[in-house]
Write a protein that binds this ligand. Structure first.
Ligand SMILES: C[S@@+](CC[C@H](N)C(=O)[O-])C[C@H]1O[C@@H](n2cnc3c(N)ncnc32)[C@H](O)[C@@H]1O
Length: 151
């Protein structure tokens, strides 16, 4: 969907990552890596020639069935994705991530609200009603970070 919207032939660039192999997608750079590994941000950054317009995360861990552990793993992924977004986005950029029922942790939400003009939760029609998933949508990045100065 992103490749159709971004039109890489007109200068757009898409980098996709997953722990598991992804079938090739035309004009999309695919990296098979664990986003939680310490080197992952640098590996992704190596493919960026400029700051990004948007970071989309549909990451969710394999669940083990123990609610507290599953919850901690999901939160950790969302927080890591948000942290990375705040390092790589252009001013005005957006961050969208899958979170689960109960929404985003208050602390992360407060941080995102400082860094983005608009932060909301959204359940798209394509998401099954019985699924606990919901999406966090943060728009209008204020550009208030100095990390990753090479971009
Ligand atoms: C709900 S699925 C996303 C499916 C994808 N949107 C699609 O349409 O195929 C969640 C994905 O997150 C990936 N994932 C979970 N933890 C990850 C991690 N630490 N690093 C990278 N990918 C991860 C899983 O391998 C899985 O493919």
């Amino acid at each position: 969907m992103a490749a159709q919207k971004i039109k890489p032939t007109k200068g757009g660039k898409i980098i996709a990552i997953d722990l598991l192999p992804i079938d090739p997608i035309l004009d999309v750079t695919i990296l098979c890596l664990n986003f939680m590994e310490e080197t992952a941000p640098d590996q992704i950054q190596a493919h960026l020639t400029e700051k990004a317009d948007i970071l989309l995360s549909d990451m969710s861990p394999a669940t083990c069935g123990i609610p507290n552990i599953d919850h901690i793993r999901i939160i950790a992924l969302v927080e890591a994705a948000a942290e990375f977004a705040m390092h790589i986005l252009k001013p005005g950029g957006a961050f969208v991530a899958k979170v689960f029922q109960g929404g985003t942790q208050a602390e992360l939400l407060a941080r995102l609200k400082q860094s983005f003009q608009k932060v909301q939760h959204f359940k798209p029609p394509a998401s099954r009603k019985e699924s606990a998933e919901i999406y966090l949508v943060a728009q209008g990045f204020r550009g208030n970070t100095t990390a990753y100065p090479n971009l």
